[in-house]
Design a protein around this ligand. Sequence first.
Ligand code: PLP
Length: 398
Amino acid sequence: MGELTNRREATVRDNFLIFGSPAIGEEEIEEVIKTLRSGWLGTGPKVARFESDFAAYKGVEHAAAVNSCTAALHLSILAAGIGPGDEVITTPLTFCATVNAIIHAGATPVLADVDAKTMNIDPAQVEAKISPKTRAILPVHFAGRACDMDALVEIAQRHGLKIIEDCAHAIETEYKGKKAGTFGDFGCFSFYVTKNVITGEGGMVLARREEDISRIKVLALHGMSKDAWKRFSDEGFKHYQVVECGFKYNMMDVQAAIGIHQLARVEQNWLRRKAVWERYNEAFADLPIGIPAPVEPNTRHAYHLYTVLVDETRAGLSRDRFLDAMTAQNIGVGVHYLSIPEHPYYQQTYGWRPEDYPNAMRIGRQTVSLPLSAKLTDKDVQDVITAVRKVILANANA
Ligand SMILES: Cc1ncc(COP(=O)(O)O)c(C=O)c1O
């Protein structure tokens, strides 16, 4: 294991700015050590505390922690009673996990193209994709920008559909004063290493109905009856019953130990990313690249991803050449995302073609995510700006 770690570390240059590297405080480190020393590493009291802290942050009663947002989505779709023969409408501009979760539940994903400006699912396209088999809409608050929830909720109500929000980018997102993840029947969050709050791997589910949260907790731990995790506590061994065929999707206390302190700094980190976002906006305004649209009034952006669009005809270099040039400048960059229909599995399974979702296709082929972590120092931010300007201006003037 040491060897593997060293080999991986050796691939990262000392002065390379790692994309999405999270801000970890001493509090997290100490809490993890305390948890390791406590002897209780698995699902336990720290997970319970993280759930209640998260529910309080979101202003709701209950939350269920799981080991990823993928698991959160999968269990939410199952708890919504959706399965084989049912269709779920989602966006083509998302991580594959969104679509895979629908498939894991046995249902059929249906894509509705995004709005070119907001990059979020376009309600008019959703409406056009509704069939007698549609059971739910699964919007993704892309990059942390709130979806048009009034329109989506109205469509869902008119057609009797569930809403399952993919809030992987959207912990701090709000729409007209209401928090992302509380519009629909279910809200699913990610604490993956690059996210705004991290636990390494981890996820959380919010649900409108308390019984859905209870069922998700059971499904996340093999289908064992409620509070089975307490079976080894100082209350003495408790027999459990397997009431469903569940999954191994539970979060560990070691993960929650990180999450508790990350969540305590969520607003502080948000302010830092907002400042970086605004600095990038100023610094790139005169360049021949696309920068994010202004934040819609009466919404709160989570500032999870800062994406620029590199259109070869305007910028004089392709997106992929830009990625390589940034890497050569020691700046880690990402692509969020090549549109879902670009991938062979979905083409082969569903016959999807990128050109049928033209906005997502174009964005997916032009987009680049720049570093936007609260960990960035002012110098890091300046390094990113200098590199972007150098690469773009060198090509614009070529
Ligand atoms: C939009 C979106 N949905 C779902 C996921 C899956 O999250 P996780 O890695 O926690 O399973 C991600 C993760 O990157 C994501 O970005």
